[in-house]
Design a protein around this ligand. Sequence first.
Ligand SMILES: NC(=O)c1ccc[n+]([C@@H]2O[C@H](COP(=O)([O-])OP(=O)(O)OC[C@H]3O[C@@H](n4cnc5c(N)ncnc54)[C@H](OP(=O)(O)O)[C@@H]3O)[C@@H](O)[C@H]2O)c1
Length: 260
Amino acid sequence: MSDATRTGTASAGPRVALVTGGSRGIGAAIARRLAADGLTVHLVHRTASGAGEAVAKEIEAAGGRAHAHRADVSDEAQVRALVDRVLDREGALHVLVNNAAVIDDRLLALTSTAQWEGVLRTNLTGPFLTSRAVLPAMLDQGWGRIVNISSNSVRIPGPGQTAYAASKGGLEALTRGLAMEVGRKGIRINTVAPGKVRTEMTDAVADQLGTDGSGTRWGLPEDVSGLVAFLAGDEADYIQGQTFTVDGGRLVMRAARTRT
Ligand SMILES: NC(=O)c1ccc[n+]([C@@H]2O[C@H](COP(=O)([O-])OP(=O)(O)OC[C@H]3O[C@@H](n4cnc5c(N)ncnc54)[C@H](OP(=O)(O)O)[C@@H]3O)[C@@H](O)[C@H]2O)c1
């Protein structure tokens, strides 16, 4: 039996996933992959670009089920309304992928309080708000999966990435803390930490390809989505509170280079 039809709940339908930042890049790849695995996917993004709707249409054209929403994950009222909308429509919510994030690189000495708080608000408070909003439904079901998308920047931050790295370090700590709280209730919460992945977020540094000496290629969004799908399924039942790096070996090769 596939993950998508084994609900672990009283409801008999396919599992339901909420993917934040699902309108492009890694989030869109995750949405496509979960839909291909049979889940009903609700993807959310912030701007009125039409990009989320385009991803949802593409998923439906491929035979999947998807709905696009607009909401700002850093806004408590919008997050509550979003989760209520999904629950009203589906009656259940099984998987949350906290993928939406912003990057605002600048040296710490030149970072205003508003800039610092802006990064933490989306990248860390956002996952707090979404996780808190979905937990009652997951606890009622006795089954849930939360996958948080962090970054290699926690371990190897570039100059100007202090706020971003701090937000992602906080997200990894959130993962571990929440895993302690809900582990006995059938909920699994883990983190995936990508390395360099070609998306709009990294367009500005695309010319740095291969310049770090690791010999690794840029990742593709699909390099990340497969692991997220695994962690969102039944086979991840014995995996809890972990962070998995997906970077083509960049981190381990960097460690080896610094020893020589
Ligand atoms: N790309 C990389 O190399 C890389 C490396 C390590 C980790 N990551 C992490 O992977 C995740 C996805 O990265 P990506 O490169 O795919 O990013 P991206 O191309 O910049 O896409 C970001 C997505 O998040 C949405 N978003 C941003 N702020 C939001 C908010 N406040 N509320 C709702 N949606 C919001 C965006 O929607 P709108 O356009 O509508 O704002 C968009 O859908 C992020 O967590 C990022 O930190 C990326």
